[in-house]
Design a protein around this ligand. Structure first.
Ligand code: COA
Length: 81
């Protein structure tokens, strides 16, 4: 949240099966606020909350793989509809 305006400037969501697996469907930071470490901090906090799951997955395009690799994530082959 922007403490001056009260505006929410980014968000991250996760879904889990409460036991083994978690997924992060959304991580977004408003364009005006990108490149200031907000996305990294949202990911760091979410991964901390999900640290007891055996598996945490997300889909991203190849350009963003280096960003997620910073948090220890590894590219894998996947399938989906
Ligand atoms: C991806 C995103 C969440 C990053 O948030 P952020 O607050 O800008 O991230 P940070 O400031 O913590 O980190 C910036 C790093 O993100 C990476 N990055 C951000 N957007 C990128 C893009 N479109 N392509 C490649 N790398 C990108 C860069 O590596 C940058 O590295 P740098 O610090 O060396 O410059 C943000 O750019 C965003 O909301 N993008 C649009 C939505 C999106 O693509 N979400 C991800 C869905 S998987």
């Amino acid at each position: 949240m922007d403490t001056d305006t009260g505006q929410i400037v980014g968000h991250v969501t996760a879904i889990t099966d409460r036991v083994i697996a978690a997924g992060i469907p959304l991580l977004e930071v408003l364009p005006l606020y990108q490149g200031q470490g907000i996305g990294s901090e949202l990911m760091r906090r979410m991964l901390e909350r999900l640290s007891h799951f055996d598996m945490v997955e997300l889909l991203c395009n190849a350009r963003l793989q280096p960003f997620y690799a910073r948090f220890g994530m590894t590219p894998v082959a996947d399938m989906m509809f």
